[in-house]
Design a protein around this ligand. Structure first.
Ligand SMILES: [Zn+2]
Length: 147
């Protein structure tokens, strides 16, 4: 399984999981790779990320007090806004993610944006079945406010 660091034309960074580099090229050429935040299909591949973010959010960045104006333009703030957008547009299915993604893929459930947790094995199985899976780093602070 390949985990690729991708970025859309609007600068949204995200990870795409693919069976192989060829798989990514094929899906990209078919317009199947789109930004999970804005739906843009002008995707470029950044350096390969040999890691998975699911279920293990990065430790919180140092909480240094910053002026509000600067904070609004920080990468963290941009990520936060992007993640909020995703959350607003998707339905949280929790650990039923793999099952729901599969149902939609096979037409047993309505196509919609979903988010949730999947194990590495579940994600690999989904990718092998040709189902697109993206991993977003969820800022720990945001996660807490959602609970
Ligand atoms: Zn985007």
């Amino acid at each position: 399984m390949k985990v690729l660091n991708l970025q859309c034309a609007h600068g949204h960074g995200f990870e795409g999981w693919f069976a192989s580099n060829d798989d990514f090229d094929t899906q990209l050429a078919s317009g199947l790779v789109s930004c999970p935040m804005c739906g843009d299909t002008a995707i470029v591949k950044l350096l390969t990320a040999p890691r998975l973010n699911l279920g293990s959010p990065k430790p919180p960045a140092e909480a240094a007090p910053v002026p509000v104006a600067a904070q609004n333009d920080s990468p963290e703030a941009r990520l936060m806004r992007a993640v909020r957008e995703v959350i607003a547009k998707t339905e949280d299915v929790g650990d039923r993610f793999a099952a729901e993604a599969r149902k939609m893929h096979y037409g047993e459930a309505e196509e919609r944006g979903i988010r949730g947790q999947a194990t590495r094995e579940e994600a690999r199985d989904l990718i092998e079945e040709g189902i697109s899976v993206f991993s977003l780093p969820l800022p720990p602070a945001l996660k807490e406010t959602l609970q």
